[in-house]
Design a protein around this ligand. Structure first.
Ligand code: 5GP
Length: 126
């Protein structure tokens, strides 16, 4: 897939926009007014959940610039709630947001990966 250019405008035909609108299926794990979460189709750990803000944001950069304080608080709280509900706090987990080409971001709707369920090793592979 083509890496995301985080400086481009939001494309409402991206895969996650379609999942948010219910046009494509997913295995939902959580939703509230600010966030929507589902299982990653290609899990990298026993628990691999994608958490999306409901609003149309390309990346963390876009979100941190344009989102309201309410949206930011709601989204960040949702990430914590999901990890807690999944029992990941005590064993530990990783929350990752890829932003742009060097990160490997492939879907241009902000998503935070929650990964856990086993020791995850070094943060960034050599
Ligand atoms: P990124 O590299 O953009 O941070 O991560 C995108 C993630 O979305 C990848 O981990 C990939 O497996 C996942 N993904 C891509 N397409 C789909 C899809 O149609 N459904 C689900 N559930 N996950 C997807």
């Amino acid at each position: 897939m083509t890496p995301v250019d985080p400086t481009q405008p939001y494309d409402d035909q991206n895969i996650f926009a379609k999942i948010l609108r219910g046009e494509l299926p997913c295995t939902k794990v959580y939703e509230d007014d600010w966030a929507f979460a589902f299982l990653d189709i290609n899990p990298q750990a026993p628990e691999h959940i994608l958490v999306l803000p409901r609003g149309a944001y390309v990346s963390w950069d876009d979100f941190s610039m344009r989102a309201s304080a309410e949206e930011i608080a709601g989204f960040v709280r949702a990430i914590g709630t999901i990890a807690r509900d999944k029992g990941l706090v005590e064993p530990g987990y990783r929350a990752i947001a890829n932003i742009g080409p060097d990160s490997g971001q492939i879907v241009p709707h902000l998503h935070v990966h929650i990964c856990g369920g086993r020791p995850l090793g070094r943060m960034i592979p050599e």
